[in-house]
Design a protein around this ligand. Structure first.
Ligand code: 9MR
Length: 740
């Protein structure tokens, strides 16, 4: 959730220069589509936003807020909605129900979302405590894809209450129904297949009986033939499909195509080295995500940028960051770390799982010799650990200082006070930065990763390892003393919430890491007593930042220890893997992801990949090739064998995602900026459709179609540090142990 344009201020000059469109009361609704996707607030208020001085409350089925008094300008307090498409010469009707208590006059605007904030409609509704319906009409003078609806509520001496409901904006031509270009009906892994590995494809067809297919080489010769297997209607795509298994074709080749039902697939290779480059690129993704350091062009040609958030104007910097008002009276130097995603926020829970998966890749013997071309390359430490350290040091810096009542805890997150718009390079972000309250979840993420860091860094830097172990112990003690400090699910202005009302799984993960590092009884007893130790934790959706028990279980299964019942733990991984194997086997697109209710999650791609981590671990525990094959086959989905016929990894495959939501890889908005670097995973289909672009274009989508490669679709197309971590892990695993 990295939206959106910031609440915009309107300068006096701009105001004076504005020529208002003709304003007439409107009786009937203009013909044309409804342009506001959530004007009734029946299910929350996304994607509406408010200035940081407001707490938006939609729990009562309308959007209400207590407006602070004592502000100077109307635009000091705003409730807004972005991304409304306007067409020049078309007429529009704008309506809403609103109340003000005590009575007051507000401003309702439809305007350009950036300076000079040209207003196409400006109204002054007289609000009363009983509430009234308001209706206006205007003709748009411009073609604009992203107008803003803004209720300006500031400039009043006294506080008052504002409520809004039934917001509607109709008019303009019916937009053409969005039809993604899905190319040929034969869906393959567009990068390729391993010579000795599984080779599967999917054909979209109305045919209900088997069809012949051929594989054709670059010279046009048929090198393989066979028959498709009808699979019926696939609920995840709404398509009738056949699957194709051409695994007996083993000879390496480039530029192959698969031909079936009169369609020719996009080209692919058969090559033993398919995953080597991805294993590297997926990790090289992290250096240009770094905060607090210049990204140099010699290390990343085309991606050079100044250091972000180091305190050089206009940045306020992350070097002396205060808390949100009333949260603490100290400042912390929290510079460094990785930016979480396409926003400039840094979040301990999400940083935690990401750095854990990098260290886990190393601990499982993967990625150790990769040259990540980072400033530390060439030192005596493997690059993958140098990269992990950049984040781990940030996590340590988020600790409440000694002497404070909550010493040992970690602050949940640090980010901008208000959401910023796109594009915005990190060093140009002028928003004040704030620490948010400590949380149990963040503290346990710190405990887990610091315990792990104590193990992996010991051979390279004993002092750093010892510092981490001490921090892990202190964090564990502090979490036990404060076991229910949950991050506020409404604290989502300027950054994501990452709130999680159940931290029993984080307790289990942290205890597991502390036990594996120290072997101590207290941690062992906690592990053995946790319901997560024996429960079925292998959820269909996969593990993620909010579901971390699996991280503990996998490490207990794979790392040496004297844990009683360790064999049972190892067998439990096979049980989970068998569940995913069954899902993949039943899926005509071959991936281990079929969430309950057929609703895809935010970041579904990484949940597919995290399920591959479980399958890969099962392959190691059992030595059985069926698990390995499922890992390799699962990557086919990510790299093109999917309903949209797209590779979700930048730079991989003929047609790949490239406009992932990011404030600095914003080529789609400013051609002077680059696209994300090769090896960047897009979040992927998300049935929730929380952003306006997805809501406008994808409403009603079958799950696999709930994705659009648009930079403003932050709920389907963002990039994040926690999504690339399992991509790197799995690519590294296949490269090293795919064995085919
Ligand atoms: O990945 C997060 C997803 O699980 C949540 O459902 C979503 C809404 O809270 O937030 C996602 O995380 C975003 C975070 O809040 C802010 N930075 C970008 C993250 C990826 O979109």
């Amino acid at each position: 959730m990295t939206p959106r344009s910031t609440p915009r201020r309107m300068g006096a000059l701009a105001l004076a220069a504005v020529a208002l469109a003709a304003l007439v009361p409107s009786a009937a609704r203009a013909e044309g589509p409804e342009l506001i996707s959530n004007g009734t607030f029946t299910n929350g208020h996304a994607p509406w936003w408010g200035t940081p001085n407001l707490t938006l409350d939609s729990s009562g089925g309308q959007l209400c807020a207590d407006v602070p008094g004592g502000t100077v300008n109307p635009w000091d307090v705003i409730i807004g909605y972005d991304g409304v498409p306007l067409q020049a010469g078309e007429s529009y009707d704008f309506g809403f129900h609103a109340l003000g208590a005590p009575s007051t006059v507000a401003r309702a605007l439809i305007q350009l979302p950036v300076a000079p904030y040209t207003q196409y409609l400006s109204a002054a509704p007289e609000l009363t405590p009983d509430g009234d319906d308001f209706a206006y009409a205007f003709t748009s003078p411009v073609d604009l894809p992203n107008a803003q609806v803004a209720f300006q509520l500031g400039g009043k001496a006294e506080p008052w209450r504002f409520c809004l409901d039934d917001v509607t904006l109709t008019g303009g031509a019916e937009p053409p129904v969005y039809e993604p270009d899905t190319g040929p009906r034969v869906r393959v892994n567009q990068v390729g297949y391993l010579p000795g590995g599984p080779k599967n494809a999917t054909l979209v067809t109305e045919a209900t009986t088997p069809l012949p297919y051929t594989v054709v080489d670059a010279q046009g010769r048929v090198v393989h033939r066979g028959t498709t297997l009808p699979r019926g209607l696939d609920a995840s795509s709404g398509q009738n499909v056949h699957s194709i298994d051409f695994g007996s074709l083993r000879r390496p080749a480039t530029g192959l195509t698969l031909v079936a039902d009169g369609e020719t697939s996009r080209p692919f290779d058969i090559d033993a080295k398919i995953y080597q480059r991805l294993a590297l690129d997926a990790l090289r993704f992290y250096y240009p995500q770094r905060s607090g350091i210049e990204i140099t062009g010699d290390l990343r040609p085309g991606y050079a940028r100044p250091a972000g958030h180091v305190g050089t104007a206009p940045n306020t910097g992350d070097t002396t960051v205060p808390c949100q008002p009333g949260v603490c009276d100290y400042t912390l130097d929290v510079s460094g770390g990785w930016y979480d995603a396409g926003d400039h926020g840094k979040y301990v829970v999400n940083g935690g799982i990401s750095v854990h998966q990098l260290m886990s890749e190393y601990e499982r013997g993967l990625g150790r010799r990769l040259d990540l071309t980072i400033p530390e390359s060439g030192d005596h430490v493997p690059d993958i650990l140098d990269e992990a350290r950049w984040e781990q040091e940030f996590l340590l810096s988020m600790r409440v200082p000694d002497g404070e009542p909550l010493a040992g805890m970690a602050h949940h997150k640090i980010h901008d006070r208000a959401w910023t718009g796109l594009p915005l390079l990190p060093h140009l972000d002028s928003q004040p930065r704030e620490l948010h309250p400590p949380s149990t979840a963040a503290t346990l993420n710190l405990a887990a990763t610091a315990a792990q860091a104590a193990r992996v860094f010991k051979p390279f830097d004993k002092a750093f390892a010892a510092e981490n172990l001490a921090a892990a112990r202190a964090a564990w003690t502090a979490a036990l003393a404060n076991p229910a400090m949950y991050a506020d699910p409404n604290d989502g202005t300027g950054g994501g919430t990452y709130s999680d009302p159940d931290v029993t799984d984080e307790f289990y993960w942290a205890a597991a890491e502390l036990y594996l590092t120290t072997g101590e009884k207290a941690y062992r007893d906690f592990v053995l007593a946790s319901p997560h130790h024996t429960g079925d934790i292998w959820r269909d959706r996969g593990f993620d930042w909010g579901n971390t028990a699996q991280l503990g279980r996998l490490d207990l299964a794979m790392l040496p220890s004297r844990l009683p019942g360790r064999d049972t733990v190892r067998r439990s991984v096979l049980t989970g893997a068998d569940e995913y194997l069954a899902v993949a086997g039943a899926h005509p697109y071959g991936m281990p992801y079929a969430p309950d209710g057929n609703a895809y999650d935010w970041g579904s791609n990484h949940q597919v990949v995290n399920n591959l981590v479980v399958l890969a671990t099962a392959a190691e525990i059992s030595g059985r090739s069926k698990y390995r094959d499922a890992v390799v086959q699962g990557m086919d989905y990510i790299l093109g064998r999917n309903a949209l016929n797209i590779s979700y990894v930048t730079g991989y495959g003929d047609v790949a995602a490239e406009n992932q939501h990011s404030r600095w890889y914003a080529d789609q908005l400013d051609p002077a900026l680059p696209n994300p670097p090769p090896g960047t995973l897009a979040g992927g289909p998300n049935s929730g459709l929380q952003d306006p672009v997805a809501q406008r274009l994808l409403t009603g989508c079958a799950p696999q179609f709930c994705y659009i490669d648009d930079i403003e679709s932050w709920s389907t197309n963002e990039l994040t540090v926690n999504w690339n971590a399992p991509l790197a892990w799995v690519a590294g695993w296949i490269a090293a142990r795919g064995g085919c």
